[in-house]
Design a protein around this ligand. Structure first.
Ligand SMILES: Cc1cc2nc3c(=O)[nH]c(=O)nc-3n(C[C@H](O)[C@H](O)[C@H](O)COP(=O)(O)O)c2cc1C
Length: 172
């Protein structure tokens, strides 16, 4: 066993997840089309800008996610960065509901399910996939963006409704 594996084995999961819950993150719904033709999507916080040339994003999907297989085999996927009014949408896509798309406005953008209300939309071509531990890393090249102004939905210590402060005043 290597020194790295020794350290990882000794660290309790809760210690790690508690530390990482203190990293402020935006929230995104990632969507694609399943082999059946049905849409699928999940909420992720593990998303970031990856390269500028080409423009690409990186996100991480749990092996237990039902979206993992469709996302690792798709040609395209969509990333929807959520706005502060979309806590309900976040909770829907963080669930394992039978039809997460039943109560949200959406339409096909080619093979990508596009959520209507999300202020930021990125259509991505899937370009790389690799596994590490119990998660899969996906890299997507961004081919199209739509951006509307508005406050983001921000997650901190497992709370979705955390608000940005401006000039020390907490926003309602
Ligand atoms: C705040 C928050 C952030 C999450 N981030 C991720 C993530 O980055 N990657 C992931 O695979 N799951 C993440 N999840 C969990 C999935 O959204 C959840 O497991 C979902 O039920 C998966 O749906 P599916 O099985 O239909 O794909 C997150 C959940 C929450 C509440």
């Amino acid at each position: 066993m290597t020194a790295t594996e020794n350290v990882a084995a000794a660290l309790p999961v809760a210690t790690f997840t508690d530390a990482m819950s203190r990293l402020v993150s935006g929230l995104a719904v990632v969507t694609t089309r399943q082999a059946t033709g049905r849409p699928c999507g999940l909420l992720v916080s593990s998303i970031c800008s990856y390269s500028v040339h080409p423009p690409s994003v990186l996100l991480v999907v749990d092996h237990a996610s039902r979206c993992r297989d469709p996302l690792t085999h798709c040609a395209e996927f969509g990333v929807h960065l959520l706005g502060s009014a979309q806590e309900r949408t976040a909770r829907t896509f963080a669930s394992r509901g039978a039809d997460k798309f039943a109560d949200v406005a959406w339409a096909w953008d080619g093979t990508v399910p596009r959520l209507g209300a999300a202020p930021i939309y990125l259509r991505c071509t899937a370009t790389a996939v690799f596994d590490h531990g119990d998660h899969t890393v996906l890299i997507g090249e961004v081919t199209h963006t739509e951006v509307a102004e508005g406050e983001p939905l921000v997650c901190y210590q497992r709370q979705f409704d955390w608000r940005l402060k401006r000039n020390g005043v907490r926003h309602p």
